[in-house]
Design a protein around this ligand. Structure first.
Ligand SMILES: [Zn+2]
Length: 574
């Protein structure tokens, strides 16, 4: 049976008119989309998407692979691939030299002499929602974030009508991507698993969050993780299992419902960071069956979450944009890489720092045992004990230069003496080695090679952490402080993360070619009609954008109203 062509055309137009509103400006001011989600999977290397593609079912990862714009060649453009800087980068569209966050924690002797301060700890505030009887610990805030996030720009441009929230199991991964103007950020108390926040955001936990914490959900997660009765290790025990992924997503649903995200006159934004892939990944490495099972479980949970969004956001998933990415990748477990012939091993960081202290004492204070290097070190930034150097009359330039000069020798002394005679008859055991090092002053002054590698280092400059020397070991060498593997280097395995965009403006397909996580904030800011975040250097991913005439939102999405303007006026002139 054939339908005359013209009648068919009429029917098509009629059907389209029923299903959709005509294309119009799609910006934050029109609440098109209703909700933006920046979904960060902690320590999720981009190659997993292809490696386990045949495992994926439903609308979890397949939402992006089959119906989204997928960029398989996304690499961070800096060298300090850790959680706090990664989340900051994704949301600000800037690297560490723009947003200031260099690592998860650093020494700040003006604030604490007994422990490195974390990227978000803030003694001026208090944590709220902790179990009764918990000793008060410092609160948290984005105090160290020097740049605005895309969420901040949304809040600024709508004068606070748009709502912005962050969720993660980790404080830094909830706080930093949401930004300074966020309405709230929630993460868990590591012992009990209760979702908490800081007085930076609100004086007390909202009643819905209190009910979530007091309800059956924690007990259920403990049961699912075979950890019933464990009252002190939720983060490390449950956190390393898929039970924590669905636990976290259930909290996200409660937030979306109770904060009415997607129901405001302008676009709302949620940053959602799934931590379990990282907590498990450090223990078992990227190549283990357990991590594959975790990824498959995340796939199932995302399917459920996206299906829930489809039913619970006005107009369904067609009114939501979702960016999928990760804060960093991960190195293979050294033994796994070494078995295949790579010179991969673990660096004994304590010994390395001890060797440095010994050599510096010999140079500046022979016969003494001064701690010229601070305790509790982690790579890539080795922290110098500024007061100790100053007491010896040594300035920053001289101190950092001395440490840098001694680093190759300190690495060499980690290698056991070779007692073999004659040429080797099998692959030699792996030995740790230094690739490059840069002093804080060299980085601050841009005394770096004019190469792509030099640019990675330039983007890793942080004003935090006092005097330091940035250390880049050989590829596949890790420093892990008890973990099986780690991430902190400029090597591809640490910088390679997913970048996939789902939503009305994005033309589905696979887009080969280098892109960077900073492009997410830049692209979202552009499409939402906002200013770029204050330090953004991202590019707009124009190759994946549909022509404006083809960007269609579900019927019922309100056209632009004057709500924003009215509210702003009444708020500024009470
Ligand atoms: Zn990690």
């Amino acid at each position: 049976m054939s339908i005359p062509k013209r009648l068919f055309a009429c029917l098509t137009i009629w059907a389209l008119a029923l299903a959709t509103t005509p294309p119009a400006n799609a910006t934050a001011y029109d609440a098109r989309p209703k909700l933006v989600i920046i979904l960060v999977l902690d320590q999720f290397r981009a190659d997993y998407l292809e490696r386990y593609r045949t495992d994926f079912k439903g609308r979890g990862f397949r939402l992006f692979l089959d119906h989204g714009a997928n960029f398989p060649d996304c690499y961070f453009g800096y060298a300090n691939t850790e959680t706090a800087p990664g989340h900051s980068t994704i949301a600000t569209g800037a690297y560490t030299d723009g947003h200031g966050i260099g690592s998860n924690e650093w020494w700040d002797l003006t604030r604490s002499k007994d422990h490195p301060v974390t990227s978000v700890e803030d003694e001026r505030y208090e944590l709220i929602g902790l179990p009764a009887g918990t000793k008060s610990i410092p609160g948290s805030s984005p105090r160290n974030l020097l740049a605005s996030t895309v969420g901040d720009e949304l809040r600024l441009n709508t004068l606070g009508v748009s709502q912005v929230y962050g969720i993660s199991l980790k404080d830094r991964a909830a706080i930093l991507p949401a930004g300074a103007t966020a309405n709230g950020a929630f993460w868990i108390d590591q012992a009990s698993g209760r979702f908490i926040t800081s007085t930076y955001y609100m004086p007390q936990l909202p009643s819905w969050a209190q009910s979530f914490d007091d309800g059956p959900r924690i007990t259920q997660a403990l049961q699912e993780a075979n950890a019933s009765g464990n009252t002190t290790g939720f983060y490390s025990v449950v956190g390393a299992t898929p039970a924590a992924v669905s636990y976290e997503l259930d909290f996200a649903k409660a937030l979306i419902t109770n904060a009415e995200l997607g129901k405001h006159a302008t676009t709302d934004l949620l940053t959602l960071s799934i931590s379990s892939t990282d907590i498990l990944g450090h223990k078992v490495g990227p190549d283990s069956d357990q991590q594959r099972q975790m990824i498959d479980a995340v796939d199932v949970d995302l399917d459920g979450f996206f299906t829930w969004l489809d039913k619970n956001v006005e107009g369904g998933l067609g009114n939501v944009w979702i960016a999928l990415t990760a804060d960093h990748g991960i190195a293979p477990i050294p033994a796994v890489a070494a078995k295949l012939g790579l010179n991969a091993t673990t660096i004994d960081l304590k010994k390395l720092v001890g060797n440095l202290n010994f050599a510096i004492n010999q140079k500046f204070s022979p016969g003494e045992k001064i701690d010229y290097m601070l305790q509790q070190q982690s790579l890539p930034y080795l922290a110098l004990n500024q007061p100790a150097f100053e007491r010896a009359g040594i300035n920053e330039q001289e101190a950092e230069q001395a440490v840098q000069d001694f680093i190759p020798r300190a690495f060499a002394s980690l290698i056991p003496p070779d007692e073999s005679k004659g040429p080797a008859t099998a692959k030699l055991p792996p030995t740790p080695g230094l690739f490059r090092s840069y002093t804080r002053q060299q980085m601050a002054q841009g005394q770096l090679p004019n190469t792509q590698f030099g640019e990675l280092i330039e983007h890793s400059y942080t004003p935090n952490g006092g005097w330091y020397v940035m250390v880049i070991p050989q590829a596949f060498d890790i420093a892990a402080s008890g973990a099986a593997t780690n991430h902190f280097t400029p090597y591809s395995y640490d910088r390679h993360v997913p970048l996939a965009l789902y939503g009305a403006p994005f033309a589905p397909g696979t887009y080969h070619g280098r892109v960077e996580p900073v492009d997410i904030a830049a692209t979202f800011a552009s499409l939402l009609g906002l200013n770029q975040p204050s330090a953004s250097i991202g590019r707009i991913l124009t190759q994946a954008l549909k022509p404006a005439s083809e960007v269609i939102y579900p019927k019922g999405t309100p056209a632009r109203s004057h709500t924003v303007h009215k509210r702003a006026t009444s708020e500024s002139h009470p």
